[in-house]
Design a protein around this ligand. Structure first.
Ligand code: PLP
Length: 408
């Protein structure tokens, strides 16, 4: 039972097909999928199919491009900023000395890191929410309602920010916009509709329906719900894609060609040699989610990702119920309203770190792997991505109950 936070388990059927295709890909008999050219018709078809299935699953509108990039989420911390700063400089024909602002909702470790990287990219990174200031003991514990955020009220002619950035699911801190069972997402209404919203969905990508049209950019490192590490999916609204070199006369930076969304879009994500095998596995995962979702579609008209959302609710609520029924033996680290359905984080306060270590060790001996919290925060984290089954979660919950009985 693999509850690692990422890389994490992928659907067996997809992996079996991938393994067979390593030796010989049906479209290129005798040559494996990792051995064929990224410029071949066979690989072109892989990307076409992956894009088509992704568009179906996420209901991506036609005015958005799908880009397969490299460098993980961390590279997107910079790439989103560099591309949108250029878009903004061109749009407003800025003078070189003019400043560009990006607004960050900091709800956990990853958005904090993104804001720090934004500040390194020579923009002014302003925190419109800082979860550490709101959380108990200066920790990230939840998301205050937007009326408690520090969103600047702009004068009529004041310059707007180039973007508003948030992380939809904080993998380390177990905090998710929307919370269990809720479709409510980021407070879009609090921001000027002209300002593009950027979302890091690395760890809850493909776990529920998303209204893509509300976003300027959505990105996700593949290595949770989508595929192996090495590929990062970027969904970007077409009008935000600009020639980065054209922004230089307006004070824009020279940006590495590989980070340009325009270069990626113009080349169908093949500006250089892409991680072909990783993309292929993603294509198989997408296909498996489409043709055999873990739960049936709740109704014929339901949105394609509705079954995955129900599945995530079903699994995570079992673990949260066990935490809440433990009379304080287990204590969740996130406020109930913003608990993540993907990464369930909790502590064992009565026994401290020693008891948590024992929990991790005994879980591992029972075959339940990867439940230690992120090294920066400690505690326990059980990551329950799409490929974790209900049976796996029931086994985890039974272990938690047994462990409590033996150790309280
Ligand atoms: N954003 C989120 C939400 C993550 O969970 C992670 C990694 O786990 C990252 C960003 C960083 O991604 P990468 O390691 O692919 O750069």
């Amino acid at each position: 039972i693999n509850l690692n936070a990422g890389p994490s388990p992928l659907p067996d059927a997809a992996l079996l097909t991938a393994a067979a295709s390593l030796l010989s890909y049906p479209q290129t008999p005798g040559m494996g999928i990792a051995e064929i050219s990224h410029r071949s018709a066979a690989f072109d078809q892989v990307v076409l199919d992956a894009n088509k299935d992704l568009r179906t699953l996420l209901e991506i509108p036609d005015n958005y491009r799908v880009l397969w990039m490299q460098g993980g989420g961390l590279t997107q911390f910079a790439a989103t900023v560099l591309n949108l700063a250029a878009w903004y400089r061109i749009k407003h024909q800025l003078a070189p000395q003019d400043d560009v602002e990006g607004w960050y909702a900091v709800t956990g470790s990853w958005s904090k890191k993104a804001a720090e990287e934004g500040a390194r990219m020579s923009i002014s990174a302003r925190k419109v929410f800082d979860g550490k200031k709101h959380g108990a003991a200066g920790k990230f514990t939840g998301i205050a309602s937007v009326d408690q955020w520090d969103v600047p009220q702009l004068e009529e002619n004041a310059r707007k920010p180039a973007f508003v950035y948030f992380c939809d699911n904080e993998t380390v801190d177990g905090i998710e916009f929307g919370g269990p069972g809720s479709a409510a997402a980021f407070p879009f209404e609090a921001f000027d509709p002209e300002v593009p919203i950027v979302a890091d969905m690395s760890s809850n990508f493909l776990s529920r329906p998303v209204d893509v049209s509300k976003y300027g950019i959505i990105y996700a490192g593949a290595q949770k719900n989508l595929g192996p590490s090495g590929v990062t999916l970027v969904i970007v609204r077409e009008d935000l894609i600009v020639d980065l070199d054209a922004a230089v006369q307006y004070g824009g930076a020279r940006v590495p060609a590989m980070l340009s969304y325009k270069n990626m879009a113009d080349s169908n994500s093949m500006y250089n040699t892409p991680p072909t095998f990783a993309i292929y596995v993603c294509s198989l995962v997408l296909r498996s989610l489409l043709v055999s979702p873990p739960l049936p579609l709740p109704s014929p008209t339901a949105r394609p990702l509705a079954p995955l959302s129900d599945f995530a609710d079903q699994k995570s609520s079992l673990v949260y119920a066990e935490i809440d029924a433990s009379s304080g033996f287990y204590v969740g680290t996130a406020d109930a309203a913003t608990r993540s359905r993907m990464n369930v984080t909790f502590r064992l306060p009565n026994g401290g770190e020693e008891l948590e270590k024992k929990f991790v060790k005994e879980a591992s001996e029972k075959g339940i792997k990867g439940v230690n919290g992120h090294r920066s925060v400690g505690g326990i984290r059980t990551s329950i991505y799409n490929a974790v089954t209900l049976e796996h979660v029931k086994t985890l919950v039974a272990f938690m109950r047994d462990f409590q009985e033996r150790n309280q």
